[in-house]
Structure formats: structure tokens, C-alpha cells
Design a protein around this ligand. Structure first.
Ligand SMILES: Nc1ncnc2c1ncn2[C@@H]1O[C@H](COP(=O)(O)OP(=O)(O)OP(=O)(O)O)[C@@H](O)[C@H]1O
Length: 596
């Protein structure tokens, strides 16, 4: 079965509206849609449109040619072919709808769950889908027909079950792509549960491909049901195109028109569905490419050694404490360690900067604290404490419950962390209602107030806007508003200004500093820029190749950097031109080896 590849980022609503207007500019698509709608209308209004009772037998009409009040003549039993064709459209459409519904109900939830959760869920559902495809469908249909007295609805549900793997594959591949989108992580750190994310974001993302798949499936289901009826399997009381073809087949050589009418009706309907599906798939696939994800630097080779960094506060007095954290990834060549024993802590109300060049392990360190590592990443630590409580050993669900409540997260790329399918208002109020139990009105009020607090002067407009209708700077303010809306004790900001215009960067930093002071939060800010550190941080940890090479108060590190690499990072930030060669030279000055 044809399957279209879909870009990872779902359509914004306006873009989706544009999709339909673009569809209406495609002549083939419009013609196919018109034909299909005509068949649907004919099926719906068959009792009004049919000039004769489709089952009334008039022996004078037996195999009669068109004419004398019978537009298409009579069939072998003396019934009006035109009336039977109109009623047949009903049966055929009903059967196709039942098959599509059954296929979608079985295939889509399984595909979304497999793509989203991966691991055993993916393996089990994929195995079932593959197994379903290897079952000989026609034999099963014959058995079902024999066991149910050829009940048409049950037969069509069975046809749908055989179509389910198509829905499964398309939903799985779409969910696999979407689950890597930053806005899914953003929804998790806002505290939404898997069920809420599946319902709100993933199902929405598979909507367009499922419609396209349904157009293709409906055509196939119609062909199958006609084949069954052609074989005489189905209810004889309702006229349908398969029975009519069976009748025409027997007199094909002497009265070819009897076969031609139902065959043409079926062929045209299936072709219309196929053209609709392919036009839609074409339009969806020709959309703009998904937003680029943050590039990952090449991994440094593994280095052995003990924990690096320093711990200044006891676990009970820390907003966040990470002890001897190691992060590794499964690769085809074995495990690759990318963080080699990092220890750091931050006190309530303190601002800690984690600074280092790209690929130094900053994000992996904070992702481990947020429990946001991808499935092939593993974090082990001697301990991770959040708000004075041990979090590292908590069961996943309890650890997850900290997100959005005790930990807030501000990501690097504001736009890709907002779901393009929902308004800002929906995205801000969803966690407030789902995680903090606020009513719709309370959540709306709080979202409005917090937007005003982060400097958005027209909160009502922004609440009603979709992400593509606001600027990058405004989107980052929205995400900051979302991150602090749950009053977390710890705010983690991962390169929060990198994706922003230079003029907006200072404003966003200022806002973070104000909110941190106002809410008394601890702030961990990940950056490659010492300018940001100077602006906002109390203390800094410098990372290189998955280790902390130096920690200290900002003034001390700026005034007297203990490591030539730190000095070079500071100089590069001041020049605003980070030269890889200079950084490597500084690293070598300290007698260490450069790995690139
Ligand atoms: N999914 C992954 N699989 C394998 N290695 C990874 C993966 N994600 C990150 N890494 C490696 O982990 C190391 C640290 O990455 P990390 O994202 O923490 O860097 P960073 O300092 O935050 O830089 P950047 O700001 O560019 O992301 C890099 O060498 C990177 O190649």
C-alpha cells in the first residue's frame, strides 16, 4: 500500500487552511473531490433519486437496453440498473467507511504508541502488524463469512483489520518523527503525562496522514468488498456494485452494458479516491522542511578519570545537586561516554552558569537532571537531588512529576518548543489545568497575568495567537512564562538566548534575572557565551569534553581564570569570534590533548 513520508513538524492551523486552499487550486484534486462528493450525495439520496424500486422485477425489462424510462436498461433478473447503481453506491460507501474506521481504530493508537514509546511497545506492535500482514486475508474473510452468515458489517470490520497495518505504519513513522520535536520535551518538562501528550500532541500530528491513508484504504476496501460480493458473499437484499458485476459477468459477451455500468462506477470512485489521496500527499510533502534541530558536535573519545567539579552545599541545602554524573550512549561500536563524572550544585536563589563550547556536555548534564535524555542515552550518578530531596533514584513517574512543579525549563529554540497546532493560550493553560489542577478560568487568568509579567503588552492577542503569528523573542517570553507559571524552585535555561536576535537577547536575560530574583528560584543557565555568564550568573562551571575543568564565582573566574582554556573562552566571548584553533591552542597550553 502506498505510504507517504511526512515532515516531522505538524501543520500550523493556518497552514492547514492554506493546504485546503492549495488543494482547491489543483484541477485533478478538485475533479476527484467533486466526483467523490457526487458519489456520496448519490448514495445518501438514493431513495429520492432512484426512479424505480431497485429490487422490483419486471420480466419485460430482462436484459433490456437503455430506454423506455430505464436510463441504463434492465439486468438479467429484470430490475432497473440505474436505480440499483444508485442504491449500490450506499452499500459500497458504507462498507468502505466501516473498513476505514476499523483499520484506523486498530492501527492508529498502536502506531502512535509504538512511535512515541519505542522499545518493547514498538517491538510488540510491529510484530503484531507484520504477523497480520502475513495472514491470508481472503481465507479469513471466507471463514468469517461462513461463521457470521455473511454479515456485511462484520465482513467490512474484518477487511478493516487487514488494513490496520497500513494505518499502523504511517502513524508509527509520524509519531517517531514528532516525538523528537522539542515541543514534546517541552510538554514533558511542563509536567504533562504521556497520556496527555499522546492525546494532545501526537494524535493531532497523525491527523493529516491518516486522512490520506483513509482515501487510499477506502479505494482498496471498495475493491475487496466488491470482490466478495462478486463471489456471492454478502447480503443479497441490498443492491451493491459487486452483485451487479457478478450478474453482468455472466452475460458479458451478449449484454456487455450490464457489466459496464457497475464496473465504471466502481472504477471511477476508486480512481477519485486515489487521486484525492495522492494530491493531498503531494501537498503535505511539498511543505517547507521541518525546522532544523540543534546540531550535535562530534563526540570526544572516552576519557577515564574521577568526578570533576565541586559541591559547595549539602544535599539538603541545594536546589539542585548532581554527584558524579556519567552519561553514555549506545552506538553500533559500543557504549560511548559523553559526560565523565560531573559534580555540581546550586543553592536556592543562586544562579549557576554551565559554560563550554559546543559538544562539551552541557546539555547532556542538564538533560540528565531533567530526565530528558533520549532512549539510547543512559545517565548514572552517585546522586541527583532536587530541592533537597533525592530524585535520581525515584521511579520514573515520580521523577517526572517534578517537572513543571519543582523544575521549570526554558529551551534554546523557542519556536520549535511550541506546538504549531495549538494557540499560545492553550499551550500555557494546558499544564496549569492538567498538572496544577486549575480550572479553565483560573488557568486563563494566570496565563494572562504571567504573560503580562514577562513583558507582553497585549496578552489577549498573544493568547489567541498560534506560534507562527508571534516573533521569536515573544515566543521565548511565552516559554519563560510557561516555565515559571508553576512556581518552580529551580529554573533550567538551556542556551535561552542563542536563537534570538541580538537586541532581544539582553531583554530576555534581564527578564530571567528579574524573575529569578522575584520568585527566589535557583537558576541554572547553559551557555557557550561568557558574556551571558557575566550578565547574570553568580557562579560558573566551565565544561570541556564532558568534564568540568573549573568552577568558581564569576568575578574570580573572570579576574583570574585558573585554566588557559577558560581564559580563551572568555577572550572569544569578548571578541564575539570563537576561534576553534585558539580554543584548541589554549587547551594544549594546559598540556592536554585536543580531541575533535
Ligand atoms: N543522541 C546522542 N547520541 C550520541 N551522542 C550524543 C547524543 N547527543 C549528544 N551526544 C554527544 O554528547 C556530547 C555532548 O553533547 P551536548 O549536547 O551536551 O553538548 P553541549 O555542550 O550542550 O553543546 P551544544 O550546545 O552544541 O548542544 C557531544 O559530543 C555529542 O556528540
Amino acid at each position: 500500500m502506498t505510504e507517504a513520508a511526512f515532515p516531522a513538524t505538524p501543520e500550523p492551523v493556518q497552514a492547514r487552511q492554506r493546504l485546503w486552499s492549495r488543494y482547491l487550486r489543483r484541477p485533478v484534486g478538485v475533479a476527484a473531490l467533486a466526483v467523490f462528493l457526487l458519489v456520496v450525495l448519490v448514495g445518501l439520496f438514493a431513495p429520492l433519486l432512484a426512479p424505480h424500486d431497485p429490487n422490483f422485477v419486471d420480466f419485460n425489462l430482462t436484459q433490456a437496453p437503455p430506454g423506455h424510462g430505464h436510463l441504463m436498461g434492465g439486468d438479467s433478473a429484470g430490475r432497473d440498473i440505474f436505480s440499483r447503481l444508485l442504491y449500490g453506491a450506499r452499500t459500497t460507501l458504507y462498507g468502505a467507511a466501516v473498513a476505514c474506521l476499523a483499520g484506523a481504530l486498530l492501527g492508529v493508537p498502536a502506531g502512535v504508541a509504538a512511535g512515541y514509546f519505542g522499545g518493547p511497545a514498538d517491538r510488540i506492535f510491529s510484530w503484531i502488524s507484520d504477523a497480520a500482514q502475513s495472514v491470508p486475508g481472503m481465507i479469513v474473510l471466507l471463514i468469517v463469512a461462513a461463521g457470521t452468515g455473511a454479515d456485511f458489517t462484520v465482513l467490512m470490520i474484518t477487511v478493516g483489520a487487514f488494513m490496520a497495518p497500513g494505518y499502523y505504519r504511517i502513524s508509527r513513522s509520524r509519531a517517531l518523527a514528532v516525538r523528537k520535536e522539542p515541543y514534546i520535551d517541552a510538554a514533558r518538562v511542563a509536567g504533562l503525562t504521556h497520556t496527555q501528550i499522546l492525546r494532545a500532541h501526537m494524535l493531532r500530528a497523525v491527523y493529516a496522514p491518516v486522512i490520506i491513508q483513509s482515501a487510499l484504504t477506502a479505494g482498496i476496501a471498495m475493491g475487496l468488498q466488491t470482490g466478495l460480493q462478486f463471489l456471492g458473499i454478502g447480503t443479497a437484499s441490498n443492491p451493491d456494485w459487486g452483485q451487479m458485476m457478478n450478474d453482468g459477468f455472466r452475460t458479458m459477451l451478449t449484454h456487455p452494458l450490464i457489466l459496464l455500468w457497475p464496473s465504471a462506477a466502481l472504477g471511477i470512485t476508486i480512481a477519485a479516491l486515489a487521486f484525492m489521496g495522492s494530491t493531498l500527499a503531494d501537498l503535505v510533502n511539498s511543505r517547507t522542511a521541518p525546522a532544523p534541530r540543534r546540531s550535535r558536535a562530534a563526540a570526544p573519545p572516552r576519557q577515564e578519570g574521577g568526578a570533576t567539579g565541586e559541591l559547595l552545599h549539602s544535599a539538603a541545602d541545594s536546589a539542585l545537586r548532581i554527584e558524579n554524573l556519567r552519561v553514555s550512549y549506545r552506538t553500533p561500536h559500543g557504549d560511548k561516554q559523553v559526560v565523565h563524572g560531573v559534580s555540581l550544585d546550586v543553592a536556592p536563589g543562586e544562579v549557576l552558569g554551565i559554560v563550554g563550547e559546543s559538544g562539551s556536555g552541557k546539555s547532556q548534564t542538564v538533560f540528565s537532571a531533567l530526565d530528558l535524555l533520549p532512549a539510547d542515552g543512559t545517565a548514572t550518578a552517585d546522586g541527583i537531588w532536587v530541592g533537597g530531596s533525592e530524585a535520581g533514584s525515584l521511579p520514573r513517574a515520580k521523577r517526572h512529576a517534578l517537572l513543571g512543579t519543582r523544575i521549570g525549563y526554558v529551551p534554546q529554540e523557542p519556536m520549535s518548543n511550541l506546538d504549531p497546532c495549538y494557540t499560545i493560550g492553550h499551550q500555557l493553560t494546558e499544564p496549569l489545568r492538567a498538572v496544577h489542577g486549575l480550572s479553565k478560568a483560573e488557568a486563563g487568568e494566570r496565563a494572562r497575568a504571567i504573560l503580562e509579567r514577562v513583558g507582553i503588552t497585549d496578552p489577549d492577542r498573544v493568547l489567541a495567537s498560534y506560534p507562527h503569528q508571534i516573533s521569536g523573542g515573544m515566543a521565548q517570553r511565552v516559554l519563560i512564562a510557561g516555565a515559571v507559571s508553576g512556581n518552580p524552585g529551580l529554573l533550567v535555561a538551556d542556551e535561552p538566548t542563542t536563537a534570538l536576535d541580538v537586541t532581544v537577547q539582553a531583554e530576555v536575560l534581564e527578564l530571567l534575572r528579574e524573575l529569578q530574583a522575584e520568585y527566589g528560584m535557583a537558576l541554572v543557565i547553559v551557555t557557550h557565551n561568557f558574556g551571558v555568564v557575566a550578565d547574570i550568573c553568580d557562579r560558573v562551571a566551565v565544561m570541556k569534553d564532558g568534564r568540568i575543568i573549573e568552577t568558581g564565582p564569576v568575578e574570580q573566574i573572570f579576574g583570574d581564570p585558573g585554566d588557559p582554556y577558560t581564559a580563551e573562552l572568555i577572550r572569544a566571548s569578548q571578541d564575539d569570534t570563537e576561534s576553534r584553533a585558539d580554543l584548541d591552542a589554549a587547551w594544549n597550553t594546559a598540556g592536554r590533548t585536543v580531541h575533535s
